[in-house]
Write a protein that binds this ligand. Sequence first.
Ligand SMILES: Nc1ncnc2c1ncn2[C@@H]1O[C@H](COP(=O)(O)OP(=O)(O)OP(=O)(O)O)[C@@H](O)[C@H]1O
Ligand SMILES: [Mg+2]
Length: 258
Amino acid sequence: MVKKIAFINQKGGVGKTTTSFNFAAYHTRLGEKVLGIDIDPQGNFTYNCGAEVPEDGKTIADLLLKKCTFDECVINTKYCDLLPANLDLTMSEMTIAAKQYKETLLSAALKNIIDQYDYIVVDCPPAFNVFVYNGLNFVDQICIVTRAQTFALMGIKQILTVLDGTNEASGRNVKIAGMIVTAYEPKAAAAKAILEVLENYGTKKGFKVIDSKISKSNMVENSQNAQESIFDFAPKSKPALEYLAAFAELDKYISEGE
Ligand SMILES: Nc1ncnc2c1ncn2[C@@H]1O[C@H](COP(=O)(O)OP(=O)(O)OP(=O)(O)O)[C@@H](O)[C@H]1O
Ligand SMILES: [Mg+2]
């Protein structure tokens, strides 16, 4: 059965896109059929895939507003099939927010195609907005992406509150598959202590912080500038090996959570 997962944190710049994009690339490399969904007007996931929305091309905004079909929107990229985003999504936010059933537009738009895929990966924007609610109403599990920074726990508690709220409203049981820590610097003064706090919180709430932390490394940014996955750009690099281990562990938790 298709696995649907969103990478989430309302805090900006914590590694959601890097992680979700490389997760999609990882599963494509395993020979699986993957759909990536960019619901962030910044369009970073779209960029990472090496894709560009043509001038009159369709984006996820058109799909949510039923202005196009799935086939008209989807782009085949080297890394996955992609529902792309650009700034049109921001332009459409008010229109979408005024719609009836505004939080289940994504699920409705995709209900007939999900079985074509093994994995569907959603890259969330740094917000709690109508797009994130659409993501939460569509996926079955989430992966929290965070850095080991001050205030990390505060933000993560908010994610759990929002998830409880959407689960209660929808009657669904979207689960936390795990938490990935990115740009990790074990030598940074507070990093280890913050990590311990996150791990204790995970234990209390029933989810795991993935063992393999992703080190801070220039290779990550360089791979994005090259519009390549870390596995193509620098397969033997530290972050590539750490992501491999992290994704294997995350997949285990996703399977257990099904
Ligand atoms: N392990 C890492 N080491 C060094 N830099 C990293 C690492 N992971 C991500 N970055 C860099 O941090 C920046 C933010 O990463 P990314 O875009 O993945 O975060 P995000 O959470 O998706 O951001 P936003 O909230 O804006 O969508 C990027 O410049 C990325 O290259
Ligand atoms: Mg992002």
